[in-house]
Design a binder for this molecule. Structure first.
Ligand SMILES: Nc1nc2c(ncn2[C@@H]2O[C@H](COP(=O)(O)OP(=O)(O)OP(=O)(O)O)[C@@H](O)[C@H]2O)c(=O)[nH]1
Ligand SMILES: Nc1nc2c(ncn2[C@@H]2O[C@H](COP(=O)(O)OP(=O)(O)OP(=O)(O)O)[C@@H](O)[C@H]2O)c(=O)[nH]1
Ligand SMILES: [Mg+2]
Ligand SMILES: [Mg+2]
Lengths: 291, 278
């Protein structure tokens, strides 16, 4: 792991007496390698390394007896700060219902997360309604109904109609049934698909969600910044849910996304069952990214 | 940036960014760039354009340099097992393949071996209707190996040419799920000679370095014979397949370019490599 590699790097340099800026560069190469192997974006990595190197040189590291450990601490602290604090707070509207819209690429885990989020909200006393706005994927509506049945949470659908209209009708349904939170499951789509992104903008304009969450697969590589940046600039996102964190991917995409959009990671999805949504802890993710 | 006349460190820095941003990973990128530097030292490359062309050739070489067809032969019951982690596009790919083989005149039968995920069987059923092929299913929660077994028996009885097996998405670090995959694989091996003729690992083009771990783990339990790279219609380059090709001898055979039934292409290494520089 990175800690051990840095210990080794500095052990080799130890015999030369005082450390120099070049020696710090050597250590930075190891850090850069660790971040890129963890799928952190190329440019985000470059900016991160520059920041960390500056901090390292500004510290008393050149006099330190344990430079390796000190570098690891600087890297870890910077990572935790960049990834952001624990903020699993979702916007709650003063006027019911609160509307939450889930968006993202194909297969990211939106439909499953719609159920998980509803389950999570119900545990804190909310009365959620799931709304099926994916009118394209074969059996998507049925999938949401199965999820709703498994949780005993109501599901609203209008078959393969207009997603914006379905969202509005879903909100009406929530009001008439005394449900205080509406979760909109949308179809997976590419950020470069203009037609589908227009649809998303339309759903947003009609349903006026209080919270728009971008679902991102934790194993996403360098492309993560393109996706997050594009979704954020086209429809604006309030937060991110990282999915499939029960895998063994390092999850560097999370750092890239936070660095580029500034939007907080609100939840972690770590399993296929509907009770596997967890709040996000930046220090745990930092450990994982550093391997 | 093309049309660059001189070879200098700026060129190599730019190339490194292109390769890493395409998800080739640091190791594979470094190896490729070192091969280029060596050629420059041996005075074999003199301009930036030549360096870029040489890079494309080296990558295409790693990918096998030619289009490789799926291991389907006439006159036998062919079995294609489709595997991979969650949400990568397996079910959609099975629908596309079923459609292709049906259109080519083969008798196709599909096994709905994802008995776990919500509405997985319904989803596949719609694809099979679109493709005009039959599907064998059990009830939700049934043993996937039993579905596979029944489909093979049905295929033998009906003189089927191609059986496509859709399996549940599973993360490769889940031991019990990989054991289940191994059990499915062994059932196929036992029931049909030389089968599965193709174990297709589906990889999402947006996936980063984790794809290498996926390839190794799935290979261990189901003998992966080919890769299918999906969602290449997005902005991700899918360069991780070059890293996998470098470490394992598994050809990429198929590409998914969209959500429609016809959005399936045979993998062409030179087209793929050229696209990395777009
Ligand atoms: N292991 C694991 N699997 C997950 C997680 N979240 C979702 N999945 C699985 O990922 C696959 C895709 O999930 P979906 O909820 O259908 O994804 P989606 O974003 O709605 O997909 P589209 O609607 O097609 O864009 C399914 O097999 C889910 O069971 C997770 O946190 N961990
Ligand atoms: N843009 C694009 N989307 C694709 C492609 N292939 C599949 N998809 C979409 O990706 C999502 C997931 O596809 P599935 O076929 O359900 O994936 P899967 O691997 O069977 O998922 P699980 O069974 O849940 O593990 C769906 O929304 C598909 O329409 C592709 O080549 N391009
Ligand atoms: Mg969905
Ligand atoms: Mg599937």
């Amino acid at each position: 792991n990175l800690s051990e590699k840095l210990q080794n790097t500095f052990k080799k340099l130890r015999g030369k007496g005082r450390l120099t800026e070049n020696d710090i560069n050597e250590a930075m190469r190891e850090v850069r390698l660790a971040l890129l192997e963890a799928d952190v974006n190329f440019r985000v990595t470059r900016d991160f390394i520059n920041k960390v190197k500056e901090k390292a040189l500004g510290s008393d590291i050149l006099e330190s007896l344990t430079p390796g450990q000190q570098v690891v601490k600087i890297v870890y602290d910077e990572l935790v700060e960049m990834i952001g604090g624990t903020q699993s707070k979702l916007t709650v509207s003063s006027k019911i219902p609160t509307v939450i819209m889930l968006v993202g690429l194909q297969g990211a885990g939106k439909t499953t997360a719609t159920g998980k989020l509803a389950n999570y909200l119900r545990k804190s006393g909310k009365k959620p309604l799931l709304v099926a706005c994916d009118v394209y994927r074969p059996a998507a509506i049925e999938q949401l109904h199965v999820v709703g049945r498994q949780l005993n949470i109501p599901v609203f659908d209008m078959g393969q109609g207009d997603p914006a209209e379905i969202a509005l009708k879903g909100i009406d349904q929530a009001l008439s049934q005394g449900r205080d939170t509406v979760l909109l499951d949308t179809a997976g789509r590419l950020h470069i698909d203009d037609e589908m992104m227009s649809e998303l903008i339309e759903i947003k304009e009609e349903a006026k969600p209080h919270e728009i969450l971008l679902l991102v697969d934790a194993m996403t590589g360098q492309d993560a910044v393109n996706v997050a940046d594009s979704f954020n600039s086209q429809i604006g996102i309030d937060g991110i849910i990282l999915t499939k964190m029960d895998g063994d991917t390092r999850g560097g995409a999370a750092l890239s996304i936070k660095a580029v959009t500034g939007k907080p990671i609100k939840f972690i999805s770590a399993g296929e069952k509907l009770d596997t949504l967890e709040p996000f802890y930046p220090d745990r993710l930092a450990q994982r990214i550093l391997g | 940036f093309l049309g660059v006349p001189k070879i200098d460190e700026d060129l190599f820095d730019d190339l490194e960014e292109i390769l890493i941003t395409a998800d080739l990973g640091v190791q594979t990128s470094d190896d490729l760039l070192e091969t280029l530097r060596q050629k420059v030292r041996e005075d074999k490359l003199h301009t930036g354009d030549q360096v870029i062309e040489a890079l494309k050739e080296e990558m295409a070489k790693l990918l096998g340099d030619e289009i490789v067809p799926l291991n389907i032969e006439e006159g036998r019951l062919n079995i294609i097992l489709v595997v991979g982690v969650n949400g990568v596009g397996k079910t959609t790919l099975v629908g596309k393949l079923a459609n292709r083989y049906q259109a080519e005149g083969y008798k196709v039968l599909v096994a709905a071996a994802d008995t776990f995920r919500a509405a997985a069987i319904e989803q596949l059923e719609i694809w099979c209707e679109r493709a005009g092929v039959d599907m064998i299913k059990h009830q939700a929660g049934a043993d996937p190996a039993a579905v596979v077994f029944d489909t093979i028996q049905a295929g033998k009885a009906r003189g089927t040419d191609v059986i496509l097996i859709d399996t549940a998405g599973r993360l490769h670090n889940k031991g019990h799920l990989m054991d289940e995959m191994n059990k499915i694989y062994r059932v196929i091996k036992r029931e049909v000679e030389d089968a599965p003729h193709e174990t297709l690992l589906v990889l999402d083009a947006t996936t980063g370095q984790n794809a290498v771990l996926q390839a190794k783990a799935f290979d261990e339990v189901s003998n992966v014979t080919a890769l299918a790279l999906t969602k290449l219609d997005g902005t991700a380059k899918g360069g991780i397949v070059i890293a996998i090709s470098q470490q394992m001898d598994i050809p990429v055979k198929l590409v998914g370019l969209g959500e429609g039934i016809d959005d399936l292409r045979d993998f062409d290494p030179s087209v793929f490599v050229a696209a990395l520089f777009d």
